[in-house]
Design a protein around this ligand. Structure first.
Ligand SMILES: [Zn+2]
Length: 453
């Protein structure tokens, strides 16, 4: 008998935390934090007290009290007693916070399996940001083709295309049959073949269950449906037409495809791509991973880093030393704005005061559009753009399959049952399959080779 229990990702986008139990094996699929985690109780400077581990999280019922999962350190300030680990392994699909962030509370003795690229990116982000803190674990990295064994379960990571590099889905082979888990995936990125490989392998496995994401399974997917190639072509046109103006861009920090896209855009327009120090650190860290093919910031003439000239942290000082004359300041850019495509992230908008971009300069917003008109940071961003008379362009390729693509995937794989997660509209899955079983939060569903209950 095999059981699946969803502790997160139920009727919400992100926060995946799915337990698969089969005989001796108890394996987690992802350990994510939902995007709106704690938003009913916390806002602005009111946050959970980090020195108290899980104390505030338990008291407010934000995270389930699961014996044998959490670290002694996270439990020490709570009334919940630490117990030795009761789980075989955690299988991570990719580096995004809604799939990894709650590793920070997990007992370090539980093995955490993840792609080699994911591990590298986590390392870089733990150095350069304050909001990634998954802590030390028994990390076991894999490459495509490897098999993970954990207490009698075998799991095969299969690469997929997503807006983070080194993203995987899994085929988990249990005593009752195979469970296929998509993680997050798309088919319109530069590496769509990877997703096609996953669908093909999942189809061949004749799975008893397909646990699938559905971020864009919604009655109102009004967003742009662009491919990465569309983003590149659109950006190239904007930057080529920018004349003597400074071209600026903001994009999701871990999206290596997007970094490559804007590097190629800058090059194609005869400009230099100037990334912030965090992106520069990521590029240098990923340089050793030959499969990811990131541009080499130490060698490429068209790639530089931007120094904000504030009190640098240690890693920034080290990076500046290493990159030497590839580090530019606002003054350098202000002198010849027509030479650059500059990455400007939201927390660094005040740099515009020093950069003094010529009015009419393009600002490419290469991220998801704001969810609604009340989005505070979007209003603040717009105020900065208005203040400096910058022209906003929206160009983004989503990391997720459209509803039609999800439907096609489900029909191709033909699993015994479909379990929708990572979606706000799980009810819509009944349109593509007569065998949808809706997960109920923290309630186990039983899978057998013949039926489910
Ligand atoms: Zn996700």
């Amino acid at each position: 008998m095999t059981k699946i229990t969803c502790y997160g990702g139920v009727a919400q986008i992100g926060g995946n935390k799915i337990l698969v139990e089969d005989r001796e094996a108890r394996v987690w699929l992802d350990m994510g934090q939902p995007f709106d985690y704690g938003s009913d109780f916390f806002a602005d400077f009111l946050t959970a007290r980090t020195r108290y581990g899980l104390r505030d999280h338990f008291a407010l019922d934000l995270i389930p009290q699961i014996p044998g999962l959490y670290s002694a350190e996270a439990l020490e300030p709570t009334k919940f007693l630490w117990k030795p680990p009761e789980f075989s392994a955690i299988l991570i699909t990719h580096v995004h916070s809604d799939h990894v962030n709650h590793l920070g509370y997990v007992d370090p003795a539980i093995p955490v399996h993840l792609g080699a690229g994911t591990r590298t990116i986590l390392d870089s982000w733990e150095t350069t940001s304050t909001f990634v803190n998954v802590k030390a674990h028994d990390f076991r990295t894999f490459r495509t083709g490897d098999t993970i064994r954990a207490d009698g379960i075998e799991a095969e990571p299969i690469h997929v295309d997503h807006s983070a590099p080194a993203a995987y889905g899994y085929l988990v082979h249990t005593s009752e049959g195979t469970i296929a888990y998509t993680g997050d995936l798309r088919r319109h990125g530069p590496l769509r073949q990877l997703t096609d490989d996953f669908v093909e392998r999942a189809t061949k496995a004749r799975p008893i269950a397909l646990i699938t994401e559905g971020s864009r399974v919604t009655p109102h997917d009004t967003r742009q449906n662009l491919t990465e190639a569309d983003v590149k072509a659109g950006a190239l046109e904007i930057v080529r037409g920018a004349g003597g103006k400074l071209s600026m861009v903001t994009f999701p920090g871990r999206d290596v495809d997007r970094i490559r896209t804007f590097f190629e855009v800058a090059k194609g327009a005869g400009r230099k791509f100037v990334v912030d120090m965090r992106t520069a650190h990521l590029l240098l860290t990923l340089k050793n991973d030959k499969r990811l093919k990131v541009p080499d910031i130490e060698k490429e003439d068209s790639l530089c880093a931007y120094s904000r000239q504030q009190q640098p942290k240690r890693w920034e000082t080290e990076l500046e030393k290493r990159l030497k004359d590839k580090v530019l300041t606002a003054e350098d850019i202000q002198k010849r704005p027509e030479d650059f495509v500059l990455q400007v992230e939201f927390p660094h908008l005040a740099e515009l005061i020093d950069l003094e971009p010529p009015p009419g300069s393009p600002f490419i917003h290469s991220k998801s559009e704001a969810f609604d008109e009340e989005d505070i940071s979007d209003r603040v961003l717009q105020n900065w753009l208005d203040r400096f008379r910058l022209v906003r362009h929206q160009l983004h390729a989503s990391g997720h399959m459209s509803e039609d693509e999800i439907a096609e995937m489900v029909r191709t794989i033909r699993p015994k049952i479909v379990v929708p997660v990572h979606t706000e509209h799980p009810e819509r899955f009944t349109r593509f399959s007569p065998h949808v079983v809706q997960p109920v939060r923290e309630q186990a569903m039983t899978l057998t080779a013949g039926s489910t209950g």
